[in-house]
Design a protein around this ligand. Structure first.
Ligand SMILES: Cc1ncc(COP(=O)(O)O)c(C=O)c1O
Length: 389
């Protein structure tokens, strides 16, 4: 069969036709328990009734208006999102369509903030080794993974990487004469689920504040309730200057958001930035449902409880192939002693979808609506696969 897709993904041999809750069904009618949620996207599961209703109702009105006009649904979404991020200091938002686009926006804001206040030469963005911030040339420039850089240079100038958790390296790198911003994930997802140490983050926040360097959290994978707080960085009890979100924010409809606090909220002016689909009413209608659902403290508490259930079952096995279990809420990484790919293939054959990340890490990002029985059932399948591979 001639494949019309460019060969960018190692795709498994399954094609889905429908979904419901934590389950997907393939074209042969086989059911799969989904521990991936489309890589942290379908946070309310598949075909979540309120989401289906909101998207259908919006589609019956209009799908899109350009950003030279206004729409009530986009404004309502933006207001609710800013309010959700207010505890870490956010005041305004720019809406786009993807994580990479949100991080591009963050870099632009940091650079303009610094240029207007201090003049040229203070444009460097510092980020962490092992980080992942996107696939565009600039967000790859901010991504601290050599293997992803191969073949695509030259990259955008003015990016610098430091090892995570090394406070001396952080102090040295945050040079107030040259650095505009520090960009980091509260939990490094693509590296294999590595939560940052609170002392490291508190130090970063203090140094950034003292040196007027913008503190930017990429919450694209770990945000929107995934760790049991609306933003993962809330756990650090620090104020941020910029937050980026995408993935789960509209429950499966493409979306991206860059939010800014007091210092940077008014940096961008007319004509500085734009995005045809940004604030798209379909994404906004879906996003409103996600925000209304996820912000409920009881719902967030359930994410924490379910995450603990995952981790305690996994730890309880004492499985010889499991080296380490990491993560918070429903963002869980399990380091194994063997290759992950055969486990992914074996799980698929058994009717379970799991992800990998970094080296030798199995990654679980299930829908928040997953039921206890489904967690138990999926992990039981995984145990058999892990033992047999
Ligand atoms: C932390 C983080 N930042 C940015 C991105 C890029 O998002 P997108 O693929 O929507 O451009 C991702 C995607 O995996 C991510 O995990």
């Amino acid at each position: 069969m001639l494949d019309v897709f460019m060969n960018t993904y190692h795709r498994l041999p399954v094609s889905f036709v429908s979904g419901e809750g934590s389950w997907l069904r393939d074209s042969a009618g086989k059911r799969y328990l989904d521990f991936t949620a489309g890589i942290a996207v379908n946070c309310l599961g598949h075909a979540y009734p309120n989401l289906v209703k909101a998207i259908s109702e919006q589609a019956a009105k209009f799908n899109h208006v350009c950003n030279y006009y206004q729409s009530e649904v986009s404004r309502a979404f933006a207001e609710k999102l800013v309010a959700a991020c207010a505890p870490v200091g956010m005041r305004k938002v720019f809406l786009g369509n993807s994580g990479a686009e949100a991080n591009e926006g963050a870099c632009k804001i940091a650079r303009k903030y610094s240029l207007k206040k201090y003049g040229s030469g203070r444009h460097t963005i510092v980020s962490l080794k092992g980080s992942f911030h996107g696939r565009t040339i600039t967000t790859l420039s901010a991504t601290g993974q050599e293997r992803l850089h191969k073949d695509f240079g030259p990259f955008t100038e003015g990016f610098r990487f430091i090892p995570p958790e090394d406070i001396e390296a952080l102090d040295r790198a945050l040079d107030p004469a040259t650095v505009a911003g520090l960009l980091m994930e509260a939990i490094q997802g693509e590296r294999g689920i590595f939560p940052l140490d609170p002392v490291y983050v508190a130090t970063a926040a203090k140094l950034c504040a003292e040196r007027d360097i913008l503190l930017m959290f990429d919450e694209i994978q770990c945000g929107v309730g995934r760790t049991g707080t609306f933003l993962a960085c809330e756990a650090f009890k620090v104020k941020a200057d910029i937050i980026t979100l995408a993935k789960g924010l509209s429950g499966g409809v493409p979306v991206g958001a860059v939010l800014a606090g007091e210092k940077a909220a008014d940096v961008l002016g007319i004509g500085d930035h734009g995005s045809t689909f940004g604030g798209n009413p379909l994404a906004a209608a879906a996003g409103l449902v996600v925000l209304e659902t996820v912000q409920d403290p009881g719902f967030l508490a359930e994410i924490v409880r379910k995450g603990e259930r995952f981790q305690s079952i996994l730890a309880g096995w004492g499985h010889p192939k499991i080296r380490e279990i990491r993560g918070r809420g429903l963002m869980i990484g399990v380091d194994i002693t063997t290759e992950t790919w055969p486990v992914l293939e074996g799980a698929l054959a058994a009717g379970l979808l799991v992800l990998s990340a970094g080296t030798n890490t199995l990654r679980f990002l299930p829908p928040y609506t997953i039921q206890d029985g489904e967690i138990d059932q999926g992990l039981e399948l995984l145990k058999k696969v892990l033992t047999g591979t």
